[in-house]
Design a protein around this ligand. Sequence first.
Ligand code: TEU
Ligand code: CA
Length: 625
Amino acid sequence: MTYSINTKLSDVYKNPVGHDVIHKLLLQMGVSDAMIMKIIGKLTLKGLRRFTKGFTGEGFIEAIIKLLNDAPEAAYLVSDESIRAWWKEAVFYQIYPRSFMDGNGDGVGDLRGVIQKLDYLKTLGVDAIWLCPVYDSPMDDNGYDIRDYHKIAEEFGDMETFDQLLFAVHERGMRLVMDLVVNHTSDEHEWFVHALQNENSPYRDYYFFSHMANPNNWTSFFGGGAWNYYSDADIWALHLFSKKQVDLNWDYGPLRQRIYSMMRWWLRKGVDGFRLDVVNYISKAPNLPNGSEFVGKLMGYTGIEHYFHGPNLHKYLAEMRREVFEPYNAFSVGEAPGAGREISKLMTHPLRGELDMAFCFDVLEPPGKERFSAYVYNPLYLKQYFSDWMRNYADSCQMAIFFNNHDNPRMLSKIDPEGDYRSIVAKMLAMLQLTLKGTPFIYQGDELGAINFPFKSIADMRDVESLNFYRQYCETMPSDEAFAKVLSGSRDHARVPMQWNADQNSGFTEGAPWIVCAHDEYNADNEVKKEDSVFWFYKDLIAIRKHGEALIYGDIEIIKTDPKPVFAYYRSLGEEKWLIVINLSEKEQALPPVDGFELVLCNYGDTERIILLPYEAILYQKIKR
Ligand code: TEU
Ligand code: CA
């Protein structure tokens, strides 16, 4: 189908990219698509433009049409074979090494520290580790600015220590997945340095350079414009993130080959796969056209429609699979900000041969909310969100299930900011994460019920994004307001040190920690000892999940429940059948019928009752006759 100004919105919505764009825009506005599409489905894009001329402005509809025509027709090749794979069965654990464990007392977490804690992870039941970047880097963005892909950052250790870590992980029957940033490099990477030094350098083609000042209106995710000027070379370069993270030009074939051979180098070393940073951004629209101001205002970033699903994205992902993953049987999960359910399907459908899994972020904020606004997260949205993905994604693709990572405040604090139900809500999230259909990704501290840190001042924050935004907000508001706004969304909440014990600096370091450290009674020492702790709840759930196959490969059937705040579903495979009942509200709710099932695990202990307490989450198993 060819899309034009005369295409109806209902047809736009049927296109995978069209679906995700409409869904995202409506989500951002805080309205549900099901309802709206009934009303506006017949409207053509031309009609939409007429109606919304006032605010969608120049270029918006044209950009959408371009995206639609570039998109692969949805290949909804449902495959129900449930191909077995280790990464579908595994429980992943994300380590942010800087904040995990300091092995040498310099205040910064490191590889030696990770090695020390492997047995802890093994005890929890972890199968695979996602290790955030540890490559050589000037650390402008804590390692997401790579200077040398073949070297370990000094503050984290060296290659010998890395090899020891890899060995120690494998020795324990676990796997190691490397975080890898290939959308950009550090401006201190030798490719970029050479490119700047010599205008005839072949490396000029590795990046996006321009002799024109600010060749387009794109903005950076970390504030300000997306172009930086280099006076010595009298040239501008594109950076979607910080100034020190310059975007690579994936349309240049030799660059892609350099990246692939570097990836193979790591695979030959024995790592088990990659988590690919912002991998859906690697293909940019030719000639980097201006972004729509409307999208810019709505999403907070101008230009994003020209690279969140670029024209060659699928081509490059398929190429990467052929050239890198396939020959080594390596695992891949792509971080895909801005992608929704359908784009995710295009990237991860087993019959399309691109990635194994993708991280999409619509779960992190409920409709109409954004990270830097103060709000309380209503977990009822989780029912809507996961029901949709379970019904329309999880049948053919493997969903990555997570609530936290190093880029967001803690979900637990978003739902329960006062901490009235701290361990209850932490366990409720665990229940969802380990019983929904997909692969769970636990972020360090989740298993301890970690919460946001009550930062007192901007001087205690370290993240380049928080610091840039603070400066930017201060231009238009009083500094206390600017700080409050940064505090709502700061990534540093998730980057304060892991809580190991009650010692000074919580057992994280014997030196002075690089960032403020909590003294939390929810620490590993306490939690491992206490039988009803969050830790043990995770541990039990992980063990239960592994015991059979139904919670991994089994079908999921969502039960229609009244009252609405109750989320209930069956997971079943052959004779094995589970029933999960979760109260997503702070009010008591009626318990749906559970005849024929017996209680296995509950976040309020294991006594049978007839009402559901606030945020109660229960796992039942079918009684065998
Ligand atoms: O994050 C990409 C990203 O777009 C967001 O998820 C991120 O939260 C950012 O703050 C957007 O405002 C990845 C990494 O996970 C993040 O740590 C890096 O800073 C970023 O890429 C750049 O490499
Ligand atoms: Ca250290």
